[in-house]
Design a protein around this ligand. Structure first.
Ligand SMILES: Nc1ncnc2c1ncn2[C@@H]1O[C@H](COP(=O)(O)OP(=O)(O)OP(=O)(O)O)[C@@H](O)[C@H]1O
Ligand SMILES: [Mg+2]
Length: 273
């Protein structure tokens, strides 16, 4: 479990402290898929970085399983347990070839050669990159690059993975590839997933959505409940697709539409069945 206990984080600047996350209490379990949404500057990235100890709380604490992220001796163990995938894969890719890149993390863990090779093969397969082992990362498409960044994280065998707007530079097909990996991670591998996104169509695929406004949690619940909460949708500046809005409205009228319906096709399918 990644547990936030009364967590406040302030950036210290020359002009004084800037609060970014205020008084957050919540937990994300293994196998849980949690989306984090909110307007620009609402504290999503700060929240994400607090999960893996990249930032540590100004007040309160973040505990990963039994490790307090403020504990300097636990830093590397926390980073190994909580993977992080950034918006821009170029900031995360370090290897001269796809396989070297995916091997970078496990090599730093000092694992035996055979174990590293097995992890790399597994991570490349999970991200659909098998066959590209010898390719140069900079020659990959944006979608492939982002999947390589994810492969590098998965090769560490993390218990949790935090994605900070990891689909925002990708086209629709690239986003769908990443979303499919995210869903498999949570549902088949039992990894805890935190997906920071500004896309409602992505957030509704999670088990649970946490909405941040000015650093505070103003919504924490199922996607369908969020879409039915006009006040929360507006405070979170969410751009709800028409099909999601219609689905939410139909639900309030007692028509059973499954959560996650966010496209006209899915809506037609749900009404048809
Ligand atoms: N390095 C920093 N120094 C000072 N203030 C910062 C820093 N990083 C973020 N902030 C401030 O902290 C608040 C939260 O920022 P954060 O980046 O966590 O929001 P966000 O929800 O990820 O935004 P975005 O949607 O633009 O990615 C904002 O007011 C922001 O200006
Ligand atoms: Mg951000």
């Amino acid at each position: 479990m990644i547990r936030f206990e009364a967590v406040t984080f302030e950036y210290q600047t020359a002009e004084g402290p800037i609060p970014a996350v205020s008084d957050v209490d919540l937990a994300v379990g293994r196998g849980e898929f949690v989306a984090v949404v909110g307007a620009n500057g609402s504290g999503k990235s700060t929240f994400a970085r607090l999960c893996d100890g990249l930032l540590v709380p100004t007040r309160g604490r973040v505990v990963v399983d039994d490790l307090d992220t403020r504990d300097a001796d636990a830093v590397w163990e926390v980073r190994a347990r909580v993977g992080f995938v950034m918006q821009n894969p170029d900031n995360q890719i370090v290897g001269a070839s796809v396989e070297d890149d995916a091997a970078f993390g496990p090599e730093n863990l000092g694992l035996p050669r055979a174990e590293i090779a097995g992890r790399v093969a597994g991570a490349l397969s999970a991200t659909g990159l098998t066959g590209l082992e010898r390719s140069e990362p900079h020659l990959l498409s944006e979608g492939q690059k982002q999947r390589l960044a994810i492969a590098g994280t998965l090769a560490m065998h993390p218990d949790y993975v935090v994605f900070d707007e990891a689909t925002s530079m990708l086209d629709a097909a690239g986003r769908e590839d990443v979303l499919a990996i995210v869903e498999r991670l949570a549902r088949a591998s039992g990894t805890g997933v935190v997906l920071v996104t500004h896309r409602v169509a992505e957030a509704v695929r999670a088990d649970r959505v946490v909405g941040l406004a000015a650093g505070r949690v103003i919504f924490d619940g199922e996607p369908a409940a969020l879409l039915g909460d006009e006040n929360a949708v507006s405070r979170l500046s969410l751009d709800v697709p028409a099909s999601s809005a219609i689905a939410a409205e139909l639900r309030t009228r007692g028509i059973d539409i499954p959560p996650g319906v966010a496209t006209p096709e899915a809506l037609v399918e749900a009404l048809w069945l």
